[in-house]
Ligand binder design. Structure first.
Ligand code: MLT
Length: 388
């Protein structure tokens, strides 16, 4: 088969490469512990599962989802209520909220809705690899802006060249940040919105880690910034706070024209999320939040053990206030690929090489905190023994 050119423009998908590495190593008889992918090990809360079970038994939900690609109004109302309570952001559930099959889908369909072939999308480097694929599928040209440790892994708007700003159509951001764990302030979002308005650029915040926060930190929505509703869309997801990665449900919120654009792509592409999953998501958003808070205590304890181990072998990662990732420099003089290979070889542990997130990810690696405690502790003990 002659594949489409767009596929040839994509590097191998980072997490597929990692999955393959894990499989190969297991085939060689290695007891691999993967700290590579951010996929929660804990179960979905029982009341959410019960809501799914009940809704799945009702034949009214066996047909196409209500309001298909938009999501049920009840789900959208629940999202609007949650955004009002959580961020103080007022959303019209009819026009400013959309159900998604996970936030990754939203990134992709937003690109199809807004980018013409030859348009320019600006991506953060390092950045989540799916943004690149989404922009490329829309035929866009990709330009990257560096995120550096000195700047707290936030882009410097004063350093984006005027020429690039003028031609850009869309800027992808993600705070709390995957892969670096960096966070953004309201002042940062205000600066981002002012920049986007000045240059007429669509602003995206991918926000699935909004609830994965520690040490009293509360994540800020881009929509809290004044004027953000004019230029911005935010993607969020039930995946991380409620251990629902497999359920595939998230939401797009923000500028009504952008929401309508994504919706138009979706009505021609998919038929939305199974109603029963939407009822489960409503139960998650509207129900008790204790399990989610306890989950963050669990991640915080894991984060602290990872930091302690990495520091004990001479590395100096920052302490992340959010996300379930630790982003650490590699040992002096070692590339991220070499270090990831050495960790697999010497310790049977998979970490994600920073280079997989872009050129500026070189010299770093990412550890995900989403493995069972005993396996994490085993992995840390092996890393400590191998690199002390
Ligand atoms: C990751 O490891 O970065 C996550 O699994 C990404 C995702 O949520 O798709």
């Amino acid at each position: 088969m002659q594949k489409a050119d767009r596929l040839g423009k994509l590097p191998p998908y980072l997490f597929v490469t990692i999955r393959n590495k894990i499989r190969e190593a297991r085939e060689r008889g290695i007891d691999v512990i993967s700290l590579g992918v951010g996929d929660p090990d804990q179960p979905t809360p029982p009341h959410v599962i019960q809501a799914l079970q009940q809704a799945a038994e009702d034949p009214a939900n066996h047909v196409y989802p209500t309001d298909e690609e938009k999501g049920m109004l009840k789900f959208r109302q629940s999202v609007a209520r949650w955004y009002a309570e959580r961020f103080g952001v007022k959303l019209n559930p009819e026009t400013e909220v959309l159900a998604l099959i996970g936030s990754k889908e939203g990134n992709h369909h937003l690109c199809l809705a807004t980018l013409n072939p030859g348009d320019t999308a600006i991506l953060p480097d390092p950045g989540y690899p799916a943004y690149f694929a989404s922009a490329v599928f829309a035929g866009a040209e990709v330009e990257r802006i560096p995120l550096s440790r000195e700047d707290g892994f936030l882009p410097r708007f004063d350093k984006i060249p005027e020429e690039l700003a003028k031609k850009a159509k869309l800027l992808f951001l993600c705070y709390p940040n995957n892969p670096t764990g960096a966070v953004a302030t309201l002042e940062f979002w205000q600066e981002a919105v002012a920049w986007a308005k000045k240059y007429d650029v669509i602003l995206v915040n991918d926000h699935p880690y909004s609830e994965v926060t520690f040490d009293g930190y509360r994540s800020v929505s881009i929509l809290e910034a004044e004027g953000a509703m004019d230029v911005a869309v935010e993607f969020n997801s039930l995946s991380k706070p409620y251990n629902m990665t497999g359920w595939r449900i998230g939401m797009a919120v923000g500028n009504s024209e952008l929401i309508a654009g994504i919706s138009q792509v979706k009505e021609n592409t998919d038929s939305g999320v199974f109603n029963a999953v939407q009822y489960a998501a409503i139960a998650a958003l509207d129900g008790p939040q204790e399990a989610s808070r306890e989950l963050m205590n669990l991640y915080k304890a894991r984060r602290d053990r990872v930091l302690e181990t990495l520091r004990s072998i001479g590395l100096n990662p920052d302490t992340p206030k959010a996300t379930f990732y630790v982003w650490s420099p590699t040992p002096e003089g070692m590339s991220s690929a070499d270090f990831a290979a050495a960790v697999l070889d010497k310790a049977g542990v998979v970490v994600t090489p920073g280079r997989g997130y872009g050129e500026n990810g070189e010299g770093f690696f990412r550890i995900s905190l989403t493995v069972a405690d005993d396996r994490l502790d085993e992995a840390l003990a092996r890393i400590k023994a191998a690199f002390s």
